[in-house]
Design a protein around this ligand. Structure first.
Ligand code: DAH
Length: 350
């Protein structure tokens, strides 16, 4: 019997030396120490021995079993180490002790204008709110006085999820939640609602120099007693002159949006061509920058605010457009291109 244990020990050592993968190792383990393995088999043979022999043989087999287990554990560690080394060898070399020769990353032009706008509005007492990119049909349309089958939905075709939710087609989708969040302070404490909410928007859009399927807007609302169009114009003008740091030619013309009444288009004179006409402004010399208006009574009602008592204005600033104007970016597609060559030019302009 002692010979048998010895033989098994040698055979195991030989087999182990040929193991190269975790899978082979596992097979070997099962072959020797598994329920039907050689070592278990040896134990079963003991039943024919005398009690004295059983004791001695039992000990020998146990020692063998421990040794085999130990060797398997060692081999497993060795294989793991090898796997790691092979993986590291496949990775590109990267020396963390090297001095940084690459330039620092830069802020995206849209981030830059967004922050500038936030600063301006913050200084005028507006709260800055973040809102989800996935919204419900109610938030994006119904609560904004755009019922199902309303033609205004045609211009806002977007991407739908299987559960019926959608990628927001405009930042106005957050209006309802903002009214609900702040209405109690307005009604009970007389605190006006003043909030801006920048965000990424999506539309099913054929792309060209001035259209993208993914773009940024910054929505703003102000609700209180006696808010009028003059308040709206004041805030818009202040914001634009702060952002551009110069007087900007603007024009206000009527515009239709179901969630405002009256509604306006606030255009600025195209800064790329100086108003002469170019592809960025569709050769009109003007750029629609900030549609706005007085919040529709139905929209206030949906937000839990009594339109008999309160009025407000809302605007949806095109942050992407604003960035293009401010930095003279001619093609909107550059902004989503990820091209560091075009985007990193604005690093120092914070
Ligand atoms: N949400 C509109 C759009 O993306 C823009 C807009 C128009 C927002 C008028 C407003 C507004 O807040 O008052 O087309």
């Amino acid at each position: 019997m002692a010979d048998k244990t010895n033989e098994l020990k040698l055979a195991f050592a030989e087999a182990l030396s040929k193991v190269n993968t975790m899978e082979e190792l596992e097979n070997l383990r099962v072959e020797y120490t598994g329920k039907k393995g050689y070592i278990t088999g040896l134990m079963q043979e003991m039943k024919n021995l005398s009690p004295e022999e059983k004791k001695v043989f039992g000990q020998t087999v146990n020692v063998l079993k421990d040794e085999v287990n130990e060797k398997i554990t060692e081999k497993r560690e060795e294989l793991k180490k090898k796997e790691l080394e092979a993986e590291l060898a496949r990775m590109p070399e990267f020396d963390i002790s090297m001095p940084p020769t690459l330039k620092r990353g830069s802020y995206h032009p849209i981030t830059l204008v967004q922050r500038q706008c936030e600063e301006v509005f913050k200084s005028m007492g507006f709260a800055i709110e973040d809102y989800s990119e996935i919204v419900t049909d109610y938030e994006c349309f119904e609560a904004l006085n755009i019922p199902k089958d309303h033609p205004a939905r045609d211009m806002q075709d977007t991407y739908y999820l299987e559960n019926g939710q959608l990628l927001k087609s405009h930042t106005s989708a957050a209006q309802n939640a903002i009214y609900k969040k702040y209405k109690d302070a307005l009604i009970n404490e007389g605190k006006p609602i003043k909030a801006i909410f920048p965000g990424r928007c999506f539309r099913n859009e054929a792309t060209d120099a001035c259209h993208e399927n993914t773009f940024f807007q910054m929505e703003g609302v102000m609700v209180d007693k006696n808010i009028s169009i003059s308040n709206l114009i004041f805030f818009m003008k202040t914001m634009l002159s702060e952002v551009f740091q110069k007087d900007i030619k603007v024009r206000l013309r009527p515009g239709f949006f179901p969630f405002v009444e009256p509604g306006f288009e606030l255009d600025i004179s195209c800064l790329i061509c100086g108003g002469e006409g170019c592809p960025s402004c569709k050769h009109s010399g003007w750029l629609e920058l900030c549609p706005c208006g007085m919040i529709h009574p139905e929209v206030l009602k949906a937000g839990g605010i009594d339109p008999e008592e309160y009025t407000g204005f809302a605007f949806g600033l095109g942050l992407t457009r604003l960035a293009m104007m401010k930095y003279g970016i001619k093609d909107i597609r550059d902004l989503n291109s990820g091209s560091l060559k075009s985007l990193s030019q604005f690093t120092d302009d914070k």
